[in-house]
Design a protein around this ligand. Sequence first.
Ligand SMILES: NC(=O)c1ccc[n+]([C@@H]2O[C@H](COP(=O)([O-])OP(=O)(O)OC[C@H]3O[C@@H](n4cnc5c(N)ncnc54)[C@H](OP(=O)(O)O)[C@@H]3O)[C@@H](O)[C@H]2O)c1
Length: 241
Amino acid sequence: MSKLALVTGGGTGIGRSTAGMLAEEGYHVVIVGRRPDVLADAVKWIGPQASAVTADASDPAQIPTVLEAIGDRPLDVLVNNAGAFIPGTDSTLDNVAEHWRANFDSNVLTAVLTTTALIPFMRRPGGRIILTSSIAAQRGGGGPYSAAKSALHGYAMDLAVELGEAGITANVISPGYVADSEFFLGRNTPEGHQKRVDATLVKRPGESREIAEAVRWLIGPGGGFVTGQIINVNGGTVLGR
Ligand SMILES: NC(=O)c1ccc[n+]([C@@H]2O[C@H](COP(=O)([O-])OP(=O)(O)OC[C@H]3O[C@@H](n4cnc5c(N)ncnc54)[C@H](OP(=O)(O)O)[C@@H]3O)[C@@H](O)[C@H]2O)c1
C-alpha cells in the first residue's frame, strides 16, 4: 500500500509542485482546494497517484469531506499550504475586522482546522506536518497577511512539542518571492516583480518546485531530526531568521 499525503491548496503553484514531488516519491496524494476544475487539471498533471477533494479548508463544516478522502489510512505527510494575501480597506473598524478575519481564515484557520482533524490519523512514528508561511511573517509589509503567517510559526512550535514523542515532526517552510503561481495574479507589475527580484541575493524569483524540494528534504530520511523549525527558502531576501 502506498504512502499517503495531503496537500491543501494543491491545485496550483507551490501546492501543485509539492503534490507532484510527493507522487514522484511514491505517495498517493490528496489535494484540497475550492475550485473543482482547477483541482481536476492538477490531478491530470500530477498523475494517477493523485485525487482531489473540493473543500474550503477554513470552514469547519467542510473538513469532514477531507477526512472522508483519507478514510482510516494512516497519513504520512500533511502539507498545510493553502493561503492567500487578501487585500482590504481599513477605513472603518468593520473593514479592519473583515480584512483581518479574511487573512486569518485563509492562512491560519485552514491549517489549524485541517491539522486538528487529521492529527489522530497521522502515522506514529514517522508523520510529517509542514506549514507554508511567508517571508512576510519575518519582515512585515503585508498587514494582516504578515501577522497571519507569523501565527503559523507559534502554532508549528506547539505542534512540534505536542507530537514529538509520537515521532511526528512539524515544521514551517517560509518562501520568498515565487512567481510561477497564482499568488500575485492581477496584482503584480513589472516594477513590483523587479523590486522583489532585486531584493534577493541571487537576483531571480523562486520557483514553486524549489519550495517542493525543501518539502522533499523534510519528509525524507534527512528530515527526521528536524522539528519546530522555520526553514527559509527565499533567495537570501531575509537572512537567518
Ligand atoms: N508565491 C509567493 O511568492 C509566496 C511567497 C510566500 C508564501 N506563499 C504562500 O505559499 C502558499 C501557496 O501559494 P502559491 O504561491 O502557490 O499561490 P496560489 O497559486 O494562489 O496557491 C494557493 C492555493 O491555495 C488554495 N486555497 C486558498 N484558500 C483556500 C481555502 N480556504 N481552502 C482550500 N484551498 C485554498 C487556492 O485554491 P482555491 O482558490 O481554488 O481554493 C490555491 O490553489 C500560500 O500559503 C502563500 O501564502 C507564497
